[in-house]
Design a protein around this ligand. Structure first.
Ligand code: ZN
Ligand code: ZN
Length: 311
């Protein structure tokens, strides 16, 4: 039997266990842009055929992809998004916005996102459906939901893979820096815990009881990547808090998207495991991703990507 790990049930973790693997994130990214046959995906991702086949099967098993034959004359099988994976659209927008804010990605600079309802170039912004204010991580608190429980999670092979997503040959690598951070399950779990207010090694370890060397490795990685900074809270012996930098905090819309997606698509019958409350208005948090120009909710069919890669 595969080794397992028990953690507090969380929709973010459930979402990550389904689609948080870097290859799955990369496949979904490519399919969002319309790259959808096996050979195109092979060329764009740099994966081996075996890994690609395995991930495509997994994404079909969890109802995030469906395979049909192309209606053009090639009649080749092609992979398409489902209702479930289409619901990850706000995450794709959040990922692009984060990449724009914190990295220099020349391919991305050449792309314009336009909102057809107002005709303007826009950035996505996350607002509360109740009070309409922008949702900031420090104004959201969490309490136990009706589905609060423990999840038994398979360990699988989750060493940080030596093949870097940064080397993927895709010509639309619009958020590979995000995949580089989020595409490792334990790394992403730690970021999620930090958004819940945890900041010390022992706190992380209590919630995520992986081997201490794995936890130390992921914390070091997140610090090196500029997601956390270390702040000493004790001198003898020296002890640190891991706190978000602006770049780290900037990942919040993506993680909030995972939370809402996991609540909707990865839940049990008993209800959500954790309730998020918007402290600014006191209501349970239901967020929407909207256009910063006209404030209307962004829908995939109202957004166009303009640029060389899309001509
Ligand atoms: Zn609110
Ligand atoms: Zn607009």
């Amino acid at each position: 039997m595969a080794a397992t790990l028990q953690t507090r049930a969380s929709s973010i973790n459930r979402a990550l266990d389904q689609i948080g693997d870097k290859w799955c994130l990369l496949i979904l990214q490519e399919i969002f842009w319309g790259v959808n046959t096996f050979n195109e995906l092979l060329a764009a991702s740099g994966m081996s055929r075996g890994v690609l086949s395995q991930r495509l099967q997994w994404l079909q098993d969890i109802d995030c992809l469906k395979k049909t034959n192309n209606k053009d004359k090639t009649n080749r099988p092609a992979y398409h998004l489902t209702r479930k994976s289409n619901d990850l659209y706000p995450n794709a927008l959040a990922a692009i916005a984060w990449e724009r804010a914190f990295f220099n990605t020349p391919e991305l600079d050449q792309v314009t996102l336009r909102h057809s309802l107002c005709g303007k170039e826009f950035s996505p912004i996350v607002r509360c459906r109740s009070c309409n204010n922008e949702v900031l991580s420090e104004q959201v608190s969490y309490t136990q939901g009706p589905g609060q429980s423990q999840d038994l999670r398979e360990m699988k092979v989750r060493r940080r893979s030596s093949i870097s997503i940064m080397d993927a040959p895709s010509n639309k690598p619009f958020y590979k820096n995000l995949i580089h951070i989020v595409g490792d399950r334990w790394t992403a779990n730690i970021v999620a815990l930090a958004f819940h207010g945890f900041k010390r090694f022992d706190e992380f370890h209590k919630e995520l009881p992986v081997a201490t060397n794995i936890l130390a490795d992921r914390l070091r990685f997140l610090t090196t990547e500029g997601i956390f900074e270390m702040k000493a809270y004790q001198e003898k012996p020296k002890r640190h808090d891991y706190v978000f930098t602006d770049k780290g905090r900037g990942l919040y819309p993506f993680f909030l998207g995972l939370l809402q997606w996991g609540d909707k698509w990865c839940g049990g019958e008993s209800g959500v495991p954790i309730i998020a409350k918007h402290d600014a208005c006191g209501f349970d948090l239901k967020a929407r991703t909207c256009c910063d120009q006209c404030l209307q909710t962004l829908e995939a069919h109202d957004v166009s990507f303009e640029g060389r890669q899309f001509n």
